[in-house]
Write a protein that binds this ligand. Sequence first.
Ligand code: GYE
Length: 349
Amino acid sequence: MSRAKTGKRRFFGRGAFAAGLLAGGLAFVLAGCWGGYVEDLSEDTRTPVDENRIVVGVSQLGSESVWRTANTASIQETFTRENGYFLIFENARQKQENQIRALRSFISQRVDYIVFSPLTEEGWDTVLQEAREAGIPVILIDRKVRTADPTLYTAWIGSDFYNEGRMAGETLAQYLEQQGRQEETVRIVVLQGTEGSTAAIGRTAGFKEVAGLHENWLILEQVDAEFTAAKGQEEMERLLSQYEDIDVLISQNDDMTFGALEAIRKNGLTPGTDGDIMVISFDAVKDALELVSQGVITADVECNPEQGQYIRRIIEKLEAGEPVARLYFVEEQVYTQENAAEAMEERWY
Ligand code: GYE
């Protein structure tokens, strides 16, 4: 039986709502006296939960990138009242402790589902155990957790990061071959995403596997630039001052790439397939696709942030008592100068 019908869903009771209205009314009267500002109660996020709505607590890990903002928008556009949901959304601002606090608050509010994108892979067992004891299914999105007991979560939706890393390597190999550089030493630097995150682990390992097949590829350094433009620029500036000849930059997201491009140009160098430094990026957001179409970024491995509908489908199945797959991979591809301009037209992020 669906937990919706057990009445467990009431995390903000009608009594409390009435008290809220009373307090709001009082505030209105008082505000009227001194002409202050009154919040519009119709927009009050504390509106009581409709018994028929499914309550979903979502803990997003932060807002470090364009990709992340799109991922958040996809979730918020999916779990709307019109679609029958009540969404409680928390942004952890890159801190695992904030995510754990958010999950605990979802548990105490007795939400129907917990959805979260774990910042890094380690350290979730205790709180996941607490969710299980409360009988709340957990759906992971984007990144994964490392746990001794994989049954602590119901399903995961995200990208095949290892494959993304491999696609980056294979695309680089194709371009180097086209340029007849198979025998030359190719000096590579890698800007990695958040240390310990599934995205960084997978992309690093996938690229490394392909790099291992090419004796002439020399990885000078791989460094954590936290998936942000600011850190990408800072680290690229350092790398450029440290190493004389960098032929290729592999940057594990577009935001770090935007920062790194700044650093490259400031150094008087030209980024590009036919320039001084060839750049391969990940995510393929609209602004990056534009640079791909101009040949500034040679290739961009897509990472699909539109995961809201996937999560919704899983929840619908669970509500209907149907079995769900444990892993759902979203579709992605590589963009180069050949197909970037066309894809750009449809991108909203
Ligand atoms: O590539 C990056 C974001 O985990 C797939 O995190 C995600 C990555 C994405 O900040 O831009």
